[in-house]
Design a protein around this ligand. Structure first.
Ligand code: NAD
Length: 261
């Protein structure tokens, strides 16, 4: 129970990687703030399960990560209700697949806002409290796409390269304050986000579903296996621990060898 008395705010944690990270941090004793969209009854089930299974407090914030004022209010409410934001996981993310010339401008703006700018705004709001307490962990879910590109994912690749740079800058600024800032960069993890992009990729490349899975998604992943959400969550727990106090400014790949190529 390495995180007892700490509070972890995980953006985009109503599903997929974020929910797995939130549950894993709760298992270490952290109080949790879930965030994201979804069916109210499913979100409530996930929130209540965290409280009963792990004996911690779990709150839910419906703040929209594309809206800076809602992000500010989420961090403020968390601090007022649970006392602090000690572990901040910037995980909310969306995808859109299209050639640049057809890429809708509003999708570009939305992806940059949710996948990149939201991390600036959460940090902007949470860092003063972390500095005052002299401890913090900021973990950003980046992607193999923070290191390499794929066609038709211009906004996503730009946002993920951006969050890698933002993390390094924050790591340097916060190093004297016992606050670490790192990226986890998964390859393909089997989640609703990956499943949802299959139809668009089928359309953009004229492929069947099986071809998208084998020839596009897992093509670049030498292990030929999807990463699991629990593996990503285990790394987030490690980065939150004292054993990781000297890991900062790192962009840690968990991609089955993809970016080694
Ligand atoms: P997911 O679709 O399962 O989860 C995304 C989460 O973000 C959900 O909780 C959703 O409600 C939330 N969200 C979306 N828009 C939001 C908004 N405006 N405000 C607040 N919350 C919002 O996806 P996932 O695969 O678990 O992705 C999580 C993160 O991991 C993303 O940043 C994604 O880019 C990254 N990632 C995923 C993979 C993968 O293969 N699945 C690989 C590398 C990186």
């Amino acid at each position: 129970m390495t995180l007892k008395t700490k509070t972890a705010l995980v953006t985009g944690s109503t599903s997929g990687i974020g929910l797995a990270i939130a549950r894993a941090l709760a298992a270490e004793g952290a109080n949790i703030v879930l965030n994201g969209f979804g069916k109210p009854e499913e979100i409530e089930r996930a929130r209540a399960a965290i409280e009963t299974e792990f004996g911690v407090r779990a709150l839910y914030s419906g703040a929209d990560m594309s809206k800076p004022a809602e992000i500010d209010a989420m961090v403020r409410d968390t601090t007022e209700t649970l006392g602090s934001v000690d572990v901040l996981v910037n995980n909310a993310g969306i995808q859109f697949v299209s050639p640049i010339e057809d890429f809708p401008a509003e999708k570009w703006e939305q992806i940059i806002a949710i996948n990149l700018s939201s991390a600036f705004y959460t940090m902007h709001a949470a860092i003063p409290g972390m500095k005052a307490r002299g401890w913090g962990r900021i973990i950003n879910t980046a992607s193999a796409h923070s290191l390499v590109a794929s066609p038709f994912k211009s906004a996503y690749v730009a946002a993920k390269h951006g969050i890698a740079g933002l993390s390094k800058t924050a790591a340097l600024e916060l190093a004297p304050h016992r606050i670490t800032v790192n990226c986890i960069s998964p390859g393909y993890v089997w989640t609703p986000l990956v499943e949802a992009q299959i139809p668009d990729t089928m359309k953009a490349r004229g492929l069947t579903k099986e071809q998208v899975i084998e020839d596009v998604l897992l093509k670049a992943q030498p292990t030929k296996e999807f990463v699991t959400v629990d593996q990503v969550a285990a790394l987030a727990v490690f980065l939150s621990s004292d054993a990781a106090s000297q890991i900062t400014g790192a962009n840690i790949s968990m991609d089955g060898g993809w970016t080694a190529q």
